[in-house]
Write a protein that binds this ligand. Structure first.
Ligand code: CDP
Ligand code: CDP
Length: 224
């Protein structure tokens, strides 16, 4: 594909955004940008500093002092907080249960979005998140809104945790996911929402390669 385009993938938790985005980026030789990892990294930094997570000003200040780097390696993307590898730490429960609150603050979002736009400015990037098609890159050439039933999304997270040898409770995961979706969809500033021009893909009964194939098909169509 000659045309330099950006691909935006938004949707609720566990829909398969990051897995599919990684595969699409790999197949097109594009850069993968995990915007959720950026909000998770700030949440980790704030928890460590003991900052009041309701305090948007304090969070914005911490963010201005913080470097977040997505380092691409053969084995995957490593996430660096002020040069410390926090790839695993940002997936822990404490971060997951607080990240929606941290990312609801306007000042935090404005700074994050600026960083994300800079990462994507050369094109040939796949970004996944909640507000990519609606706010970060409203002119992205390909926009996808990826969904799946909440039962299936909880089941995926459950399998993931069991594979890692972590304790998992399906009902609790379902509740946590639904709660986070609710917070993300109802925040005032840049909520989770399908962009009018996004293509909705329900992945409930689709495999990862099947979803990736649909998205690559959309990109090829746009490149013509
Ligand atoms: O992978 P998972 O669905 O668990 O979430 P994530 O993509 O890592 O995002 C974690 C959280 O960051 C979301 O629940 C949102 O609160 C926030 N987020 C956001 O507000 N905007 C984005 N573009 C990406 C993530
Ligand atoms: O990024 P997001 O929270 O939307 O989801 P993810 O972390 O990419 O995917 C959650 C889990 O579901 C992963 O373990 C994927 O391997 C799995 N998955 C799946 O089984 N089938 C799909 N079509 C998509 C994802």
């Amino acid at each position: 594909m000659n045309k330099k385009m950006n691909i935006a993938i938004d949707g609720p938790a566990g829909a398969g955004k990051s897995t599919v985005a990684k595969l699409v980026a790999e197949q097109l030789d594009y850069l993968y940008i995990d915007t959720g990892a950026m909000y998770r990294t700030l949440t980790l930094a704030a928890l460590r500093e003991g900052i009041d997570l309701q305090d948007g000003g304090a969070l914005t200040h911490i963010l201005s002092q913080t470097t977040i780097h997505l380092q691409h390696e053969q084995t995957g993307v490593r996430v660096l907080l002020n040069n410390e590898d926090v790839t695993d730490a940002i997936r822990l429960k404490d971060v997951t249960s607080n990240v929606s609150l941290v990312s609801s603050h306007e000042g935090v979002r404005i700074e994050m979005v600026e960083r994300q736009r800079r990462l994507a400015e050369k094109g040939e990037a796949v970004l996944d998140g909640r507000d990519i098609g609606t706010y970060v890159l409203p002119d992205a050439e390909v926009k996808v809104f990826l969904t799946a039933s909440v039962e299936e999304r909880a089941r995926r997270r459950y399998e993931e945790q069991k594979e890692k040898g972590m304790p998992a409770d399906l009902d609790q995961l379902k509740e946590e996911i639904a709660h986070r979706d609710q917070l993300d969809s109802t925040r005032v500033f840049a909520p989770l929402k399908k962009a009018d021009d996004a293509v909705e893909i329900d992945s409930t009964t689709l495999s990862i390669p099947e979803v990736a194939e649909v998205i690559i098909g959309l990109a090829k169509e746009r490149a013509r």
